[in-house]
Write a protein that binds this ligand. Structure first.
Ligand SMILES: Cc1cc2nc3c(=O)[nH]c(=O)nc-3n(C[C@H](O)[C@H](O)[C@H](O)COP(=O)(O)OP(=O)(O)OC[C@H]3O[C@@H](n4cnc5c(N)ncnc54)[C@H](O)[C@@H]3O)c2cc1C
Length: 508
């Protein structure tokens, strides 16, 4: 897909990636900074990012679309949506707002260099169609490239993989042509991906086995929102339904997050009760469904209509909780010696972290080591001017942060214009001198495997709220919109506005 576009190569803002973050950011930029020119560079030949990459059976959201959808475009379907429905929604946002004219597809960014003399980023891209190099310049880089490698999923290096005679595939690179009907399918993993593919496989496969190292929490619920249905029934308009249902869901999620911390055992009993509703009263939770971590330390795996447990109750799904020891000719053998035979083995083992799209960055010819930077609220980085990274939430919908940072970046860009600044940096303040510098991940707070594996490549954080991405939407929704852009951690053209104002006051 190639969209109508001019041939300019200089823009005020360059957005990397046409996933849900890039498209949402473009919308906010157009709305709130209409004078700014911009381009989105996307390496694929279409939009959608995550929702375009993944093609495994049943691919769907595990968040509700009232909050995973943008705040500005009402969601009118069932809360949990298929990848196809999400792409349709994004396609409408792009078309309704003329964003397509700004996207250049098939451009893989291969380098970003900042020049302090020119206050400009230079971006190198390779055209995927013919390998031609292209160079762009921009004042501001809006990094919406996500957080994982879209082309190389994470597959542990298990022994004996070459011996296996069946079909082995990672869910991230699933080919929809694969026919699994009547086959024995083994799914390795127990997260959201496993929870999605298992009920789909179970519909026509001979049998499905889930091999997990450790159990996951599951949240079973009907795929409908009662409040939305009722509001529609009484004739409320869609924008109002969207706003009210978003508010309700966020309220409920906030309550749930707090309860997971204050009364995790009660929450777990409630989750079990929901499972029993689909799997039967005598469903056995030990040992396969009793996780060792607190609910919501990792994302809860959502189960629309308890589909995983319906498959288990129907005898179509078995679960094995054990470590994979080796592949064999016919399947795998676990550490306890059990052999699981399968015609198809699907790895649902997650991602390889990709820090800033693995693009080499340089500031005035010095390569950037992201691990040497400290993050400002998970979006800006010390020593790296005029750049924001959109990294969303785990416990709440990712897109809530896309909207929130959209407002923030536009306010920042408008403020730079007001004060006549060409460069914005974040910098530790004198009072941060003794602040403890820690890894980005707060293991107690959130700890997905792909982040833990890449912890040495991620930026660092400080102990104070400004210098961490706390993953707490409910706190950030108060703090980020009210940020004082003249606070001393912001340097405009290398100077703090706070110190400039003080100096002017004392001088005169
Ligand atoms: C299967 C799956 C289901 C998920 N479900 C949910 C959910 O229900 N709720 C939730 O909140 N989160 C969910 N997530 C997390 C999800 O990834 C985010 O919510 C969101 O889709 C990320 O969007 P993004 O635009 O930031 O990044 P991505 O979707 O990763 O898009 C980034 C884009 O940038 C492009 N890009 C990257 N590097 C370059 C480069 N060098 N040059 C040019 N282009 C580049 C990529 O091609 C891609 O199109 C899910 C993730 C997966 C994998």
């Amino acid at each position: 897909m190639e969209s109508a576009q001019g041939q300019s190569t200089h823009f005020d803002v360059l957005i990397v990636g046409a996933g849900i973050s890039g498209v949402g950011s473009a919308y906010h930029l157009q709305e709130q900074c209409p004078e700014k020119s911009y381009v989105i560079l996307e390496m694929k030949d279409t939009f959608g990012g995550t929702w375009e990459t993944h093609k495994y059976p049943g691919i769907r959201s595990d968040s509700d679309l009232y909050t995973f959808g943008y705040r500005f475009k009402p969601w009118v379907g069932a809360p949990i949506a298929s990848a196809g429905e999400i792409l349709k929604y994004m396609g409408e946002v792009i078309e309704e707002n003329g964003i397509d004219q700004h996207i250049r597809y098939g451009r893989r960014i291969t380098g970003c260099r900042w020049s302090s003399d020119d206050n400009l980023w230079t971006i190198e891209a390779t055209r995927e169609s013919d390998g031609e190099k292209e160079t762009f310049t921009c004042q501001f880089l809006w990094m919406c490239q996500g957080y994982y490698d879209h082309e190389h999923p994470y597959t542990p290096d298990w022994p004996g993989m070459d011996d296996y005679k069946g079909l082995f595939i990672h869910a991230q690179v699933w080919d929809p042509e694969i026919d699994y009907s009547g086959k024995r399918v083994l799914v390795i993993g127990s997260g959201a991906t496993a929870a999605t593919v298992i009920p789909e496989f179970a519909k026509t496969a001979e049998h499905v086995t889930m091999l997990q190292r450790s159990p996951t929490y599951f949240f079973c619920s009907e795929n409908r929102n009662e409040l939305a249905d009722r509001l529609r029934e009484i004739g409320i308009d869609e924008p109002t339904v969207h706003r009210v249902v978003r508010t309700q869901i966020m309220y409920d999620q906030d309550l749930m997050t707090q309860r997971c911390q204050t009364e995790p055992d009660v929450v777990f009993e409630e989750l079990k009760e929901l499972i029993r509703h689909y799997a039967g009263e005598d469903f056995e939770f030990e040992p396969h469904f009793t996780p060792k971590y607190r609910p919501w330390q990792q994302r809860l795996a959502f189960c629309p209509d308890g589909d995983v447990f319906q498959a288990a109750a129907a005898g179509k799904l078995s679960v094995v909780t054990d470590t994979l020891d080796t592949f064999t000719e016919k399947g795998v053998r676990t550490a306890s010696g059990e052999e699981i035979e399968a015609d198809i083995i699907v790895a649902a083992t997650g991602f390889n972290l990709s820090v800033m799209g693995e693009i080499p960055f340089a500031i005035d010819d010095k390569p950037v080591d992201w691990h040497e930077t400290v993050n400002y609220r998970g979006m800006m980085f010390t020593g790296v001017p005029n750049l924001v990274w959109v990294f969303g939430y785990f416990r709440a919908s990712w897109t809530l942060r896309v909207d929130m940072l959209g407002d923030f970046v536009c306010n920042l860009l408008n403020h730079m214009d007001e004060v006549g600044a060409k460069r914005i940096d974040v910098a530790l303040r004198p009072e941060d001198e003794d602040m403890e510098i820690l890894p980005w991940i707060e293991e107690e707070n959130f700890n997905p495997g792909y982040l833990m594996r890449g912890i040495d490549r991620l930026p660092q954080r400080g102990a104070k709220p400004e210098w961490r991405h706390n993953q707490d939407y409910w706190r950030e929704k108060e703090e980020i919109p009210t940020t004082d852009l003249d606070a001393p951690e912001f340097l405009y053209d290398g100077r703090s506005r706070a110190s400039t104002t003080e100096a002017l006051e004392s001088a005169g």
